[in-house]
Write a new protein. Structure first.
Length: 128
């Protein structure tokens, strides 16, 4: 099995011992993204909506570096700091993910890195 690390400056750099994504043959496993501005490394201001939009833009950048788009995503795992944000999160998420949307799991968690409100990881299938 060949594993290729995917790295781009268009998304926040990894803040620990992990890759932005790993590609193996036709699968791309994207690490969780929070709403960090890649230029500053800080959470974007503006609350949940701004963070969800930034997370998805960060994922798009990592996917692009792997030769994919959001249309290649088959599964996401989403983490919310507050389950009461679920309906709002769904509305924002739905604006960005193509139809049919990928399979998804969403969890409420006690806390996220840098006090983020949302984190999303993704699995994509690319043409090889």
């Amino acid at each position: 099995m060949t594993r290729q690390a995917i790295k781009t400056t268009a998304a926040p750099a990894a803040v620990g011992p992990y890759s932005q994504a790993i590609a193996t043959h036709d699968l791309v496993f994207c690490s969780g993204q929070v709403g960090l501005d890649p230029a500053t490394g800080e959470l974007v201001p503006g609350g949940l909506e701004a963070q969800v939009e930034r997370v998805i833009r960060n994922l798009e950048a990592v996917l692009d570096a792997a030769g994919c788009t959001l249309a290649n995503v088959v599964k996401t795992t989403c983490f919310l700091a507050d389950i009461n944000d679920f309906a709002t999160f769904n509305a924002i998420y739905a604006r960005f993910l193509p139809d049919p949307p990928p399979a998804r799991s969403t969890f409420a968690v006690k806390a996220l890195p840098k006090q983020a409100l949302v984190e999303i990881e993704a699995i994509a299938v690319r043409e090889v």
